[in-house]
Design a protein around this ligand. Structure first.
Ligand code: GDP
Ligand code: MN
Length: 383
């Protein structure tokens, strides 16, 4: 889950990373007031969860409160890479001497974390990374050791950053660890003409799986606000999350339900291999109670793109007859309007199939193999 810049900025402040004074508003008239309080001249910044706002015209300097109102009116409602701007942040402008890039990311391939830093930060960092990779330092960070003072100095020096940035590098690592973030990025981290080091833009991606231990993501926190009222979030994903389901919306037409992330992933592949596109990822987990099955079907059937649904279950600890009972009960509470192909295998498969046969729903078909079921679902979806 990505945070908005203004939320990342609040998080940074809590860790002693200097940021410009700022305010967030959702109406041009409020922008005028906020600019007055901030001293008149402000930078008006679109709050959307995508980069490249500067190049898209979503970051503009306003000379006085009246100009701030005009600029906020221009930026509010703007579309930036498919994201509608609903809020702007007004920040005190800073006289920039140098712009740097710093981030920590999870390097899945290497099984460790990576510090990425460059003395050529700012809006063209992607181009710098593509054309002159040597200008971007990539230093592995062992999570059990973290970013000590010495490590921070090593990262700064490798990237050609001034020594004063080491303090921010160490604090940013604390943000990553204590906020359970998968990514923290500051671009630009600036040195002002007065020699101060300030984070002018921030991106933080928190790991939703850490929700259970992040009490501060609870009531009234900025992160909760993001989770519940996120205008950019996929509505079906929000609805699924509210039911405790692991659901990811995709672009296709075959709705998919399976038990176990690995089986669901391979189901997506097999459906794609049969010439159809999966509409989603949905893992109902090990239990697969009637309620979970009903909730899962409910979410999938509220996706208007879905033309056929494939349920692919391999009974392990949960027996197939229990899963079949779940489907039957789900059929009582959910109004099935599109064909449902079911493949049951594993523990008690024969009994499970018998349960579904007995229900004899006109839109439900059973196929005993995964490949056959995927082929049938693809065929129904492509009709
Ligand atoms: P992004 O384009 O979405 O990454 O948005 P940023 O917040 O990084 O802003 C883009 C660029 O605007 C930065 O690289 C800076 O060059 C510039 N900028 C942002 N805030 C200020 C500021 O307070 N003063 C000055 N002079 N430039 C700023
Ligand atoms: Mn930026």
């Amino acid at each position: 889950m990505d945070l908005y810049e203004y939320q990342a900025r609040e998080v940074f402040k809590g860790y002693g990373i200097a940021v410009p004074d700022a305010a967030v508003v959702d109406h041009p008239r409020e922008a005028r007031h906020a600019a007055e309080l901030l001293g008149g001249r402000v930078v008006v910044k679109a709050q959307v969860k995508t980069g490249g706002r500067g190049k898209a015209g979503g970051v503009k300097l306003a000379a006085d409160p009246a100009a701030a109102e005009v600029t906020a009116r221009q930026i509010l409602g703007m579309d930036i890479k498919g994201h509608t701007v609903r809020r702007v942040m007004l920040a005190q402008p800073v006289d920039i001497q140098d712009e740097f890039y710093v981030s920590y990311v999870l390097d899945r391939a290497a099984g460790t974390f990576l510090a990425i830093a460059s003395a050529e930060g700012g809006m063209d960092i992607e181009e710098v990374a593509a054309t002159r990779p040597e200008a971007v330092a990539r230093i592995p960070v062992d999570p059990s050791e973290g970013v000590t003072e010495a490590k921070a100095a090593e990262i700064a020096s490798a990237a050609g950053l001034p020594a004063e940035t080491a303090d921010v590098l160490a604090r940013l690592w604390q943000v990553l660890v204590r906020e359970d973030a998968l990514l923290v990025e500051v671009n630009p981290l600036v040195r002002t003409v007065d020699g101060a080091i300030l984070a002018l833009d921030g991106k933080v991606t928190v790991d939703g799986n850490a929700r259970f231990r992040q009490a501060r993501w609870g009531e009234a926190s900025a992160v909760r606000d993001t989770a519940v009222h996120d205008a950019d979030a996929e509505p079906l994903e929000t609805a699924a999350a509210a039911k405790g389901l692991t659901y990811v919306k995709l672009d296709g037409e075959v709705g998919i339900i399976g038990n176990g992330a690995g089986l669901v992933m391979s189901t997506l592949d097999v459906v794609a291999g049969r010439g159809a596109r999966p509409a989603n990822f949905l893992d109902i987990g090990g239990g697969a109670s009637a309620q979970v099955m009903a909730d899962g079907l409910d979410v999938i059937l509220s996706d208007p793109d879905v033309k056929a649904v494939l349920v692919n279950v391999f009974g392990g600890i949960t027996a197939c007859d229990a899963v079949a009972e779940g489907i039957v009960r789900a059929l009582d509470s959910v109004h099935l309007t599109r064909p449902l192909v079911v493949r049951l295998d594993g523990n008690n498969a024969a009994r499970g199939r018998a349960v579904l046969d007995a229900r004899a729903h006109p839109l439900v078909e059973q196929v005993t193999t995964m490949d056959g079921a995927a082929a049938r679902a693809a065929e129904l979806a492509n009709r």
